[in-house]
Design a protein around this ligand. Structure first.
Ligand code: AMP
Ligand code: MG
Length: 417
C-alpha cells in the first residue's frame, strides 16, 4: 500500500515533517527580557544558579526542632520563616519552628506539631522523630553553579518558578519570529462585510483570521498582509513584500493546480520551491520553499485554502518547523501526545492518506477513554472542528473503522486548545 502511495507521489506526513525540520537552520539572534515575560519563549543562553536551593536547611512542617533523641525537651525559643533562631540547641532542648524557617545548629530533626504536647516550657511527643525527619536540606533542589534550564528549552511556568526561586530577574531568549501572513483568492472578502454585499460565490477570508490567532498564541510577530486576488502580478507583489519583512511567509489558497492557482508559478520565479502532495487528509496540497533575499532567506509555507486543511497542516507541519526555526532544541520538540480511545461511531476511510478526523474524546462512566467524530469530515466543515478536542489519527494504510474499535487520538494542544 505504502509503495502504491509512493508511486502516486504522495509524501507521508512524517517524512514531510522530518524534511522540514532537517532543512531549517535555527535563528540565533536573541534578546534579554524580564523573566516574567519569558513564558513561551526559547532560552538562548544558559542560566546558572547563583545560590543553593533551598539556601539553608529549613523545616518542612510547623512543629518543634529537637536537640537529639529524648523523651521530652525544654523549649528555649522559636524560629519563624524570616526570623531565625541564632543560638545552638543542646541535647534535650527544642524550639518552636514554622514551615520554611531555618533549622538552627544542634538539631537534626523536626517533630510535627500534631504529635506534640506542650506544658509550660516542657515538650513531650506521642512518637519519636527520626534523624533528618521534616528537614529540607540546603542545596537538595539546586546546587550553586548548576545549569537551571537547558538552552533550547521552551520556557514554561515551572521554569519561571525555578528561575524566580533562584533570584533570576532577566533571561536571554531567541527573538520572536516574524511572520508575514496573507490569503489568496478572488472570492475572499474581509470579515465585517455585510452578507448582503457578498457577490455570488464570495466567502469570508476566515483562514487569515484563524491563522493569525494561532500564530499569536505562539508569540510570533505578525505582519498581516491581507488578501490578494488570483493574479500573478499581484501575487508577485505580495510575495516580495512578505519576503522582505519576515522570517517566514504563510499563505493560504491558490496552492493547488487549478486554473487560478498562481502560487507555484510566482514562487518558481522568486525562489526555490517544493510543491508537495501529502498523504494527509485533510490537506493534500502544500508548498514549502525559500525566498532568497539580500541577507539570508525567507521561508515559505503555502497552505491549502480549505479552512480545515489550512489549520491541520499548520498544526501538523508548520508549527514543528517553526519550533526548529526559533531554536527549540530536539529534546524539547516532542511529537504530539497520542493515546488510544474506543470509537463510539463507525468511520469511513479509504486507504492511502493519514486521516486527521476531528473528534471529541472523554473518559466514560466506566473510566474508558472513548472518542466520537464530530461533524461531517469535510475539509470545509468548520462546525465539527469547532466541537472537537482531538484528532482521530487513522493510519495511512488503514480503511474503515467500526464502532468499538480502538483508535489513536491526539488531544489538541496549543494553539488549538
Ligand atoms: P484553493 O486552495 O485556492 O483552491 O481553495 C480551496 C478552497 O478553500 C476554496 O473553496 C476556497 O474558496 C477556500 N479558501 C481559500 N482561501 C480561503 C480563506 N482565506 N478563507 C476561507 N476559505 C478559503
Ligand atoms: Mg483559490
Amino acid at each position: 500500500m505504502t509503495d502504491a502511495c509512493a508511486e502516486n507521489g504522495l509524501r507521508s506526513v512524517e517524512a514531510a515533517k522530518q524534511m522540514l525540520i532537517d532543512s531549517i537552520n535555527p535563528i540565533t539572534q536573541s534578546e534579554t527580557i524580564p523573566l516574567e515575560q519569558a513564558c513561551g519563549r526559547v532560552l538562548a543562553e544558559p542560566v546558572l544558579a547563583a545560590l543553593d536551593l533551598p539556601p539553608c536547611d529549613n523545616s518542612a512542617m510547623d512543629g518543634y526542632a529537637l536537640g537529639g533523641d529524648h523523651d521530652s525537651y525544654t523549649l528555649i525559643g522559636k524560629s519563624l520563616a524570616g526570623h531565625p533562631f541564632y543560638g545552638t540547641i543542646e541535647p534535650g532542648q527544642a524550639i518552636r519552628i514554622t514551615t520554611g524557617a531555618a533549622v538552627p545548629k544542634g538539631t537534626d530533626r523536626v517533630q510535627m506539631q500534631e504529635n506534640c504536647t506542650v506544658d509550660g516550657n516542657q515538650l513531650s511527643m506521642s512518637r519519636p522523630a527520626s534523624p533528618g525527619e521534616n528537614i529540607r536540606r540546603r542545596g537538595e533542589d539546586v546546587h550553586t553553579g548548576q545549569s537551571l534550564v537547558p538552552v533550547g528549552s521552551k520556557i514554561k511556568v515551572p521554569h519561571i518558578a525555578l528561575l524566580a526561586a533562584a533570584g533570576v530577574e532577566e533571561v536571554t531568549v531567541i527573538r520572536p519570529l516574524k511572520a508575514a501572513l496573507l490569503s489568496i483568492g478572488d472570492e475572499l472578502k474581509p470579515i465585517g462585510t455585510p452578507p448582503s454585499e457578498l457577490g455570488d460565490g464570495d466567502i469570508y477570508d476566515s483562514n487569515r483570521i484563524a491563522l493569525k490567532a494561532a500564530l499569536n498564541q505562539l508569540d510570533i510577530e505578525i505582519l498581516d498582509l491581507d488578501c490578494w486576488p488570483d493574479q500573478p502580478d499581484k501575487i508577485r507583489e505580495a510575495f516580495i513584500l512578505a519576503r522582505d519583512s519576515a522570517d517566514f511567509v504563510i499563505t493560504s489558497g491558490g496552492v493547488s493546480v487549478g486554473e487560478a492557482d498562481f502560487t507555484k508559478t510566482v514562487l518558481q520565479e522568486l525562489g526555490e520551491i517544493g510543491f508537495w502532495k501529502l498523504a494527509i487528509k485533510p490537506g493534500k496540497p502544500f508548498a514549502f520553499g525559500r525566498l532568497p533575499k539580500t541577507e539570508g532567506e525567507t521561508l515559505f509555507f503555502g497552505l491549502p485554502g480549505n479552512p480545515v486543511s489550512a489549520i491541520v497542516t499548520l498544526y501538523q507541519l508548520v508549527i514543528p518547523a517553526l519550533e526548529k526555526l526559533r531554536g527549540t532544541a530536539d529534546e524539547y520538540r516532542q511529537p504530539p501526545l497520542q493515546t488510544r480511545a474506543r470509537l463510539l461511531n463507525a468511520i469511513c476511510k479509504k486507504p492511502g492518506r493519514t486521516d486527521f478526523q476531528r473528534g471529541f474524546t472523554y473518559r466514560d462512566a466506566d473510566g474508558i477513554q472513548v472518542v466520537e467524530t464530530r461533524g461531517i469530515q469535510g475539509s470545509h466543515i468548520l462546525s465539527g472542528f469547532a466541537q472537537a478536542n482531538c484528532f482521530v489519527v487513522l493510519p495511512r494504510e488503514g480503511g474503515d473503522c467500526e464502532t468499538g474499535d480502538w483508535v489513536t487520538v491526539e488531544p489538541f494542544s496549543a494553539p488549538l486548545k
